[in-house]
Design a protein around this ligand. Structure first.
Ligand SMILES: [Fe+2]
Length: 266
């Protein structure tokens, strides 16, 4: 828990999650053209981003739902201290290689921390559990960057405070699903500033991290600077966690940014 909270990626190479019964649907061409991921909402069973229908669609949804349950059980077992505050978000299946035709801001091959434009977190942590299910044994290739505090110090001078009333306007227009806080605004600006900075993308600190087929890994993607360069066929489950549920709340991006700016951000 302390390692995760302080920016490490936890890799679990030997866990079992069997997808063989759904292999014919998950390794078929299951995602819509132009859509990055198949997305599943565990709260209502809604599946998006796939042209499949009928039985094939149901079986794909079952496989993603089964991963969602498996990832939740794993987090609850490994990190029991989080159990009370843990909130499950969306699940994704990522069948494609990284898309080369996206704008810099949308290109996850560029180093960034996760921040969601339409889904404000209001300071809550983003914990994600990934699993590489590549049938050909190909690794998933990441780059992992500098500690969050260094990243924030580098890009904070380029950020501007949110205009007064902006959070309410975005919510009223349904641009966001909840109220965008000053924290969300700042995290989005850090995300965008890093992705748009060609010099940082070319020469900023980074290390290669390759996750072999069959590996499971998790990290707080709102504080681990990362880039997903390559690899096909991975599952991902998102969790949200209140800062108060952390062992060391001072390690959260919220508290780090509040200390750096001298402002309350939520
Ligand atoms: Fe990301």
């Amino acid at each position: 828990m302390a390692l995760l909270e302080h920016g490490h990626v936890l890799v679990l190479p030997d866990l079992t999650f069997d997808v063989s019964e759904a292999a014919d649907v998950i390794y078929a061409d299951v995602s819509d053209a132009g859509v990055k991921n198949v997305s599943y909402n565990p709260a209502n069973g809604e599946l998006k981003g796939t042209p499949l229908d009928g039985t094939a669609r149901e079986r794909l949804a079952d496989a993603v739902a089964r991963y969602s349950d498996w990832a939740e059980a794993l987090v609850r077992e490994l990190l029991p201290a989080y159990a009370k505050g843990l909130e499950k978000g969306r699940t994704s299946f990522r069948p494609r290689a990284a898309d080369h035709n996206l704008s810099k801001r949308k290109d996850d091959r560029r180093l960034h921390v996760d921040a969601f434009p339409s889904n404000p977190v209001q300071g809550r942590r983003i914990l994600r559990v990934f699993r590489n299910v590549n049938p050909a044994g190909e690794a998933r290739n990441w780059r992992v960057g500098e500690p969050f505090a260094d990243f924030a110090a580098r890009f904070l001078p380029q950020t501007r405070p949110m205009a007064p009333g902006m959070g309410a306007i975005l919510q009223a227009l349904r641009v966001t699903t909840g109220r965008r806080s000053a924290y969300d605004h700042l995290m989005l600006q850090l995300h965008d500033a890093a992705k748009e900075h060609d010099e940082y993308q070319a020469h900023g600190p980074r290390w290669a991290a390759d996750f072999p087929a069959g590996a499971t890994w998790m990290c707080f993607t709102d504080s681990v600077v990362h880039a997903a360069l390559g690899g096909r066929y991975a599952f991902e489950q998102t969790f949200y966690l209140p800062v108060s549920a952390m062992g060391d709340p001072a390690a959260s991006p919220l508290r780090i940014l509040e200390a750096m700016t001298g402002r309350r951000l939520v």
